[in-house]
Design a protein around this ligand. Structure first.
Ligand code: EPU
Length: 338
């Protein structure tokens, strides 16, 4: 869709924010990407995957390279393990479904996470007790300056909670073109004790779950709590859960004995930001066409044609409310692009 020689990005971001770019190209192979990176006009381009973890604050002055590199295949295998390679442009959930259909275990808990494969290592996607780093083999990346291909193993990626080197030291330095995962072919290690996965399996009448059952349970939980970006603009969790010093968590527990919290290590605990936002009174509260979702307070929702600026304004209001009530600064999980 073009207006005044610019290209609209509305259908390329799950918030559905109508911003534009002066130049847009879709790339379907790593060779084509290497060529495009040589082109001066695309030097500072924004690399876009599924647009499911970004909030555009204004029209872009820079070009956009949309990564649509396809393909899923088994790269090599032993009796126990298969290494599956997926192009950066593969829809993440399609990869999960492909693996489940081929009886390859390890990512069934990550069903229905929006976005494309290429973005998965950037923020080390995770859900229901599993993170990408648990199954990550390596990623093929292209150096944006030199066009050279390099393979990053897990150590190079320096994964953390919703974090990796690609968000820090290597920010904007590489483009991921393929991700390879080491998955189990048998004796799958199911993780069902997180949240209400077990409970959902019981409700489904499943007593001896396989990876397909776990995927189905996760899909059921996610669809019951999280809004479908095709119907309501959103980017999943807008904030990260809060990591706070143990002393701070203990002080808050004296005042709020029912506050959910999780042990991280000897020094820190994690407090769910969704709980903080709900307690601060923002869950389901709409301001015009913006609000935090009524079933999961961590999800910022575009209920209409809200601009990125209005969405961000609301997010800041929520941050102020939580800061005032709990003395905790929420950190956006979604990337803000201006
Ligand atoms: N909670 C509330 N109110 C809410 C939401 C949550 O009190 O409105 C409480 C829940 O009762 C529970 C706790 O917060 O005690 C945790 O809630 P939940 O299990 O729903 O998960 P979350 O911590 O809010 C994280 C991820 C999600 C992921 C789920 C399940 C982050 C930022 N978010 O949410 O990831 O699906 O766990 O594993 O870590 C995403 O990244 O986009 C995303 C959706």
């Amino acid at each position: 869709m073009k207006k005044n020689n610019t290209v609209s990005l509305q259908e390329y971001n799950t918030f559905g924010v109508a911003v534009s770019t002066p130049l847009f190209v879709e790339i379907k192979s790593s060779l084509a990407l290497q060529e495009k990176l040589k082109d001066e006009a695309f030097k500072d381009a924004l690399i876009l995957g599924g647009g499911s973890n970004i909030l555009f604050l204004a029209d872009l002055s820079k070009p956009v390279i949309k990564i649509s590199i396809p393909g899923i295949r088994i790269m090599n295998e032993t009796e126990q393990i298969a290494v599956v390679s997926a192009g950066a442009g593969v829809v993440w959930h399609d990869l999960v479904m492909w693996c489940v259909a081929n009886n390859l275990g390890g990512i069934e808990n990550l069903s229905l996470i929006p976005g494309l494969v290429g973005a998965a290592p950037i923020q080390n996607i995770g859900a229901y007790g599993v993170e990408l780093s648990d199954v990550f083999y390596d990623a093929v990346c292209i150096n944006r300056k030199t066009g050279e291909s390099r393979i990053f193993n897990a150590e190079d990626c320096d994964f953390g909670y919703r974090d990796s080197a690609f968000k820090n030291d290597l920010k904007d330095a590489y483009v991921v073109t393929a991700v390879r995962l080491a998955l189990t072919k048998k004796n799958h290690r199911l993780k069902t004790d997180y949240g209400n996965v077990n409970e959902t399996l019981v409700q489904m009448g499943v007593t001896k779950p396989n990876i397909e059952d776990v995927a189905k349970a996760v899909v059921q939980i996610r669809t019951s709590k999280l809004p479908d970006p095709k119907k309501l603009g959103n980017a999943g969790s807008f904030f990260k859960n809060s990591i706070v010093p143990k002393g701070k968590c203990a002080r808050l527990l004296l005042k709020y004995p029912n506050m959910p919290h999780y042990h991280i290590d000897g020094a820190f605990d994690k407090i769910p930001a969704g709980w903080l936002i709900e307690q601060a009174g923002f869950k389901g509260l709409k301001k015009g066409k913006v609000g935090m979702h009524d079933k999961q307070a961590l999800v910022l929702v575009n209920y209409g044609t809200s601009s990125g600026k209005l969405l961000w304004k609301h997010a800041k209001l929520v941050m102020e409310g939580v800061e005032k009530k709990f003395g905790i600064s929420l950190e956006p999980e979604v990337n803000l692009i201006s």
